[in-house]
Design a protein around this ligand. Sequence first.
Ligand SMILES: [Mg+2]
Length: 234
Amino acid sequence: MSKKIRMITFDLDDTLWDNVPTITKAEVETRKWIENKVGKIDWGDLNDFLNLREELIKEDESIKWDISKLRKEIFRKKLAHITPEKYRNKIVEDAFTVFISKRHEVKLFDGVETALKQLSKNFVLGVLTNGNADIFRFGIGKYFSFSVSSLEAKNSKPNRAHFDKAIKIMGDIKIDEILHIGDHQVNDILAAYDLGIKSLWFNNNESIWNQNFPKPDEFSSWKRLPEIINNKYG
Ligand SMILES: [Mg+2]
C-alpha cells in the first residue's frame, strides 16, 4: 500500500463540531417557530419519530437517505390538521428553511480552522457526510474541493457510494492515496476499511473501540491533526 496520500476526506457531524447541541437547538427553535404560527403541536417522542420514519420510508424509499425530505415530511404529518393544504405546505417549507439555517449554527472544535487551512496546502480536501450540513455555507468551505452528502450519493455511509462519488469527482486519485477522517466506528472507519482506504478515528470522548478489525490511529484534538498526518504520511 502506498504510504503517500493525496486526498483527505472528512465526516462533518461530530467530527468538525459537536452535533447534538446543534441539532437539538435547531429542532427546539424550529418547533417554537411552527407553534408560533399554528399553536401547540404534539411532537411525540423518539419512538413516534422512528415509527413515522419507517412509515414514510415505506411510501418513499428515498427518505432513507434524503434526510431533508424526511424532516419536511415529518413536519407535514404533524401539521396534517392545518388547512388549506397550500398554507400547510408553505409552513413546512418555511419551517425547513428555519431549521436548516439553525442547523448551520455550529461551534467548530478547537483547532479545526487552523488544521484545515494547513492541510489544504498539501492535500485535496473533501467532505463525505450522511447529514445535511453544507460545508460551503461556512467560512471553512474555502479549504474544500468537493462535498458529497447522502442526498448526492443517494445512499448513506458505511455503504461505498460516497467514496465512489469522491473518486469519480477527483478522477486521478487512487484508493490508496485517500485518508478518511471521522468519528463513527462503522459509518466512517469500517466504511473506509472495507474499501482499503486509510483512516484516522476522531475520538474526543474516550470511546472504547468495539469493532472486530484493527483500530486505526486515533486523535482527540484537532490541534494535533496536521502533525499526526505529517508524521505518518509526510
Ligand atoms: Mg459523524
